[in-house]
Each structure stands twice: as structure tokens, then as C-alpha cells.
Write a protein that binds this ligand. Sequence first.
Ligand SMILES: Nc1ncnc2c1ncn2[C@@H]1O[C@H](COP(=O)(O)OP(=O)(O)O)[C@@H](O)[C@H]1O
Ligand SMILES: N[C@@H](CC(=O)OP(=O)(O)O)C(=O)O
Length: 813
Amino acid sequence: MKVLKFGGTSVGSVNSILSVKKIVEAIEEPVIVVVSALGGITDKLLATSTMASKGDLAYEKELSEIIARHLDVIEGVIEDKEVRIDVQKKVMALLDELSNIFKGVYLINDLSAKTSDTIVSYGERLSSLIVSNVIKDAKLFDSRKYIKTVKQFNKHIVDFDLTNKLIKETFSPLPKVSLVPGFISSSTETGEVTNLGRGGSDYTASILATALDANTLEIWTDVDGFMTADPRVISSAYVIDRLTFTEAMELCNFGAKVIYPPTIYPVYHKNIPIRILNTFNPTAPGTYISKERVKEEGKAIIKGISSINDTCLITVQGLGMVGVIGVNYRIFKTLAKNGISVFMVSQASSENNTTFAVRNADADLAVQVLNDEFALERAQGDMNDTVAEKDLATVAIVGENMKRTPGIAGKLFGTLGRAGISVIACAQGASETNISFVIKHKYLRKALNSIHDSFFLSEYKVLNLFIAGVGTVGGNLLEQIRIQQPKLMRQNGLKLNVVGISNSKKALLCREGINLDNYLEELKENGEESNPEHLCEEIVKMNIFNSVFVDCTASPDVAALYETLMNNNVSVVAANKEAASSSYDNYTKLKETARHRDIKFLFETNVGAGLPIINTMNDLINSGDHILKLEAVLSGTLNYIFNTISADIPFSEAIHMAKEAGYAEPDPRIDLSGKDVIRKLVILAREAGYPVEQADVKRNLFIPEKYFEGSLEDFWKNIKDTDAGFEEKRQLLEAEGKRFRFVAKMENGACEVGLQAVDSHHPFYELEGSNNIIMISTERYHEYPMIIKGYGAGADVTAAGVFADIISIANIR
Ligand SMILES: Nc1ncnc2c1ncn2[C@@H]1O[C@H](COP(=O)(O)OP(=O)(O)O)[C@@H](O)[C@H]1O
Ligand SMILES: N[C@@H](CC(=O)OP(=O)(O)O)C(=O)O
């Protein structure tokens, strides 16, 4: 025989109950079917009780919803009219009793534990009654008659001797289909209704399976099996095929909601395997939990991650504890005497403190009783007052294969460190099947995601992107990401998740990822009013793991956010040159922050758009070379302009054309004044190891300063005045067989920019369109400098360069 337990979600609707019917009726051997209350009903019964006890008449509305829900289900699941009317009558009789109890609670404004237990038992009594009339030939039992409990520290503990005896008697002979309510029980001493605790139907099923020597215990729920993590928090969590009892127990004890923790112990003792199966997808193989430890090749070393978000750390400390025998005995004896359960303990080898984790609700009592216990030692100054730190969360990573595998703890704490999460306490038992640690509750989601990403990498890796600026570069980048997303997922196991998009006025943020098919309309319609500071606050608040801020703006205000973002472990990829070319102090601070936090600050596209200039220089330096000299044409706009001016196209027209083609900065004066090239040269000099400021760059400019004063409109109007002069110079150069190039130079840290006429022998002479070129002379590349040449401007190549920086953060190729 086997025992099947169907949870609240499995009996929560007409369709799910019909599914249960199909599953049970297809089984040939005898079965015991354990059902929970209709999904959500237990919570509703408890909430209604509280309302009634507070004298809130609105409880009547809640009650009528409970009644309607059951009647609707009966209507949908029982076809035979006669049977239906009979079930309706029986159900209404139970609901009438329930109604009277609520009325009593309302009138006397009091809700004892006994009454609450009675009220909540109706959930399973009603559901079992209904389901027993749906499944063919099912015989209904009442679990209060054979699951017996005794009281221990305000909790109802199963009286196994009596329970096992009663179960054996009750189910002999065993019907083909027995239908039993989960969760409910009764007191051995008084016969009053009790229960096995929230989620207790799993336990009912386990107790029955053990007492009757079932061959399997099946837990039917609403997911395909036991998953690597809570799927409501980790979208990439996946089903674990096999678990050992120990692993399942560790995961459940630390919060995995699929199985109520005490469930595993009884079946483990009798070596009865558990299957976790999905009522809504009955053919899925599910998870098989047994004693055998199967080493699965290629599978992650840890099996799962779980967490308890209701954690308080209590610390008992004092120098008087060192070397004194019996302090821990007194701590835990005191806690036990007061019914306080401890789920994690940590003590440093110095012995001057013991820290342990309890539920927040137990914290105040724990502090009080421990302060009383150690009153004398506190008065003598041997021990300090007991301290409680609330609002924490405990996370556990579990897997029997962790045993004797070095590096797991290192990987775990390294991952947390990179995510900027500090560990407040940790514990690992000698069995090495569980490493648990405590963190601030606000970091829980991020911690779970980072660890899942790090340990279950084989499935896929997620990179969460915030993209500021959706203009030429940002727009192109988003389009490239949109097209590339499926391929990166398929070929590289990389999920690029765009979680934020902003322009100068609005921001759209979505943890689950923004659909890139229509992000512009979404931003316009659903984006929140935003400015850079607000955006930064929101990003920090979202606290997402593996996240990258991508700056496709040209704004100094956006660049000013990098430090805060990096201090919150967000990597930065910038097309924006403001930060890397700001003061040398700021530049070094940002680079230091990135290094210190083990995140990335990348800005390859600051110079030469998508050309690999900065990366190449870094590679040269990191491999021991020294950069001695740089000579370059770094302005795609200026090169385009000098290649475009002709007898027919005057200088001012060429500037317009550069802007139209998307080469120029939003404000072309930044290009024409040489400012843009100066910024680029400064960035290169710094990357080459020289502490240069923009003011240190010698400049030999070609447009008088007065053209840059006033507004942008003034500039466009006045610049025409320079056309004739330029045409004159151009003709002269043409006659000499030379061309204009705006050249940036750095030699041993000395920088200069200026217009230069180059002849046909010069490597810069043949530099088409908006191309850039750089010659890098180093100790190794001395006689023949290294040359990098190609498109130096343009939205698509710049976006591609930004994209490449993003990919390099994901560490894939
Ligand atoms: N590690 C995990 N694996 C699978 N499900 C989990 C895990 N952690 C949490 N859950 C949640 O547990 C839910 C199933 O438990 P529960 O709601 O008690 O179901 P039931 O109503 O069947 O008793 C799933 O829907 C899932 O959201
Ligand atoms: N109905 C009870 C018992 C139970 O086990 O429910 P579920 O199987 O839906 O977790 C509760 O909600 O606590």
C-alpha cells in the first residue's frame, strides 16, 4: 500500500480536485489519501477567528466567503445530484457548527487556544468530507480518532505509542481507498481537538505510512518536485531528481516549504521513500527521497538552498565565560525549560561568547530568562547583558556530497562578499551536510540569488542590467541585447536580464526583467518620474545580485552616481567619459572601489568606440610592458569633418553632416573645441600609468575660443564665418599633398593635442571617414609601434563595445 498526501493547492479548486480523483483512481494497490484544507482556508479560518475575537462584525463576511467557497467546490466536483445534495447537507451541518463557534467567540470577545484549534480543524474536516465523495469507493476516516497528542511546552507532540496502535486497529482491514483529513488530531488526556502544526498534513501522511509499513509516501503539491531553492524567490530554481533523507531534512528544517519538517523523521526510520509530485503535472518524474546517496556526475555539489526569514540572534557573552565549564549547559537548559527552540548555534574558539538563532517571537523571552539565569555573573561583571539582534535571516546550503569536498565554504563566502553581503554568524556541523549563516533580512533575496547563481551555474547565469540613456548608443545597445538574448542563453547559459531602463526624466524598473520589444512605450507610459539621485536610490533599494549599471548618457550627474552604486556592489560599464576623465583623484577612487569590492568599472568605449584600445593597453601593462608613447587620432567627428570638407562642402556643413551621421557628441562643440579628444587622451594616459589631469594637456586648437561662448544656436549661426578661412587652408594643403588630422600625443606622461598636417607617408594620412587610429609605443613594441585602427565613432560600434564590456563581466566568451 502507499500513502498519498494532497496539499491545500491540490484540493483548492474544482479542477485540481478532479485531477486528484484521476490520480487516485488510476492506482491499483490500496491507498490512503490524506487531504489538507482547501488552499487558503486555514489562513482564512484563523483570520476570521481573530476578527470575531476582537468584536469585529466583518468576520461574518469572511465566514460567508468560507461557506460559498465550499459550496462552489461541491457544485463543481460532484455530478450526481443525489450525492451532491447529501454532501451539501453534511457540509452545511459542519458549517453551521462553525458559525456558532464564531458567534460565541464574537460575543465573549475571547479566543482560547482550544477554541482556535477547534475552529481550524473544520478546514480538513470539510475538505475530507467533500473529496471522499468525489473519489470512487473512498471510505472517510476521522484523524482525531487515531492521531493522538500530548502537550509539551505549549506544543502538541504526537503520542506515538498510542497513535501507532490506534492506526493499526483503525485500518485493519485496509480499504482500497481510505480518505483521511490531514493536520488534525486530539489530545490523549482530554480528547480535545488538537493539530500537528501549520503544514501538518504532510506529517499525518508520514505517521500513517510508517504505522502501516507503506511502500511509498507521495506528497502531491503544485510544483514539479523539490527544487534547488524556493521558486518564488529564485526564478531559475529547478527540480532536484534525488535527495537523501538527511538532505531533505536539512532543507526543510531551514525553511523549504515543500515538506513540513517533522514529516521526514518517521519514514526515514522505516526507510520508506518519499516522492514529491505535481498534481497539476502528474507525469513529471518529481523528486525521489530515500536513504541512498547517489553521486550524480556533472551535477552541482550542493543539492539545495533554503532559508528562514524569521531569525533573531541571541548572544551571551563575557570574559567570565572563558574556560568555565557548564555555561553552555546553563544556556540551553534555560532555553529548553522555557520551550524556546534554537535552530543554529555558533561559538568562537575563544569561548567568550555563544551565539544562537531563535525565531523573533521567542527573542524577548530568551533574553529575559538568560538575564535571570546569569543575574549573579552579570552583577559581578563576569558576564554582560544578553543581546538580541532581530530582523535577520538564516540561509543554509545543503548537500551530502559537500562532505570532504574542499572549497565549498570558500566559494560560499566569496560569493557573499562579492555581493556586498556580510555574514553575521555561521555554523557548519561536523557532518558537513549543511553550512548555515545569518545575514541581515534585507539581503536575503540577494544572498539566495547570488548563491544559487554561483553553485548552480551549470543551468544558467544571470546578469541584471540597469541601462541609463536610451538615445543613440543606449537604443542600439538595447536592440543588440534583444536580438542576442536567446543566443546567449542557448549557447553560453547567460541570461541578460534588463531590470531597469531610464532616460533623463523617467525610469522603468522591474526585477523580473523588462520586455525589450516595447520598452520605449513602456517607459513612456509606465515609467516613474525620475532623476539621477532617485534612480540611484531605487537601484540600491532593489538590491539585486550580479547587477551592472550601464551608462549610455553623457551626463556628469549620472557619472556622479558610480561611487554609490559601486559601494553597493553594482558594477559599472560606462560609455559616458565624464567619470574616467574627471579629477585624477576621482578616477583612482572609482578604480580602487571596484577593486576593493571585487566588481568591475569598465569604460572601453570611452576611447575609439568599439576598438579594443583600453583592454589592449591593460593587457600590455599587466604582462609587464611599459607604455612610453601614444600617438592617435581619437575624434571620429573631427576626422570625418576633415575628410568631408571639399570645394563643395564647407566646414560648417561638414559639422552638420557629422552630427546627422551620429558621430558627434550631443553638443558638437565638445568635439570641435578638442575637449573630447583631451578627455580621451587623459583617460589613455591614466590607463598607461600616468597621473594626468585635463588641465595638464597642451592644446593647439583650430577654432578661436569666441565661437564656443554663448548658446548652441549662437554657435551654429557663427561657425559659418570660419568656412572661408578653412577653405583657403584646405586648398593650400591639397596643393602640398597633405591632409589635416587632429592628433593626440602622450610621451612619458606629457600630453598634447592639436591640428597637424600629415603627408602621404604618415600612417595617419589614409584614415578614412570617422575612423580612429592609435599607435602604441612600448618597451616591447618599440621600433614598430602597435597600431589599432578602425571605426572610432558610431552608435552601433559604440553599443557593441559597451555590450562587450557587459559580457566580460559575465566572464563568458
Ligand atoms: N525548495 C523548494 N522546492 C519546491 N517548492 C518550494 C521550495 N521552497 C518553497 N517552495 C514552495 O512550496 C510550495 C509548496 O508548499 P505548500 O504551499 O505547502 O503546498 P501544499 O499546498 O501542496 O501543501 C511551492 O508552491 C513552492 O512555492
Ligand atoms: N491546512 C493546514 C495543514 C496543511 O498541511 O496544509 P498544506 O498541505 O496546504 O500545507 C495548514 O494550512 O497549515
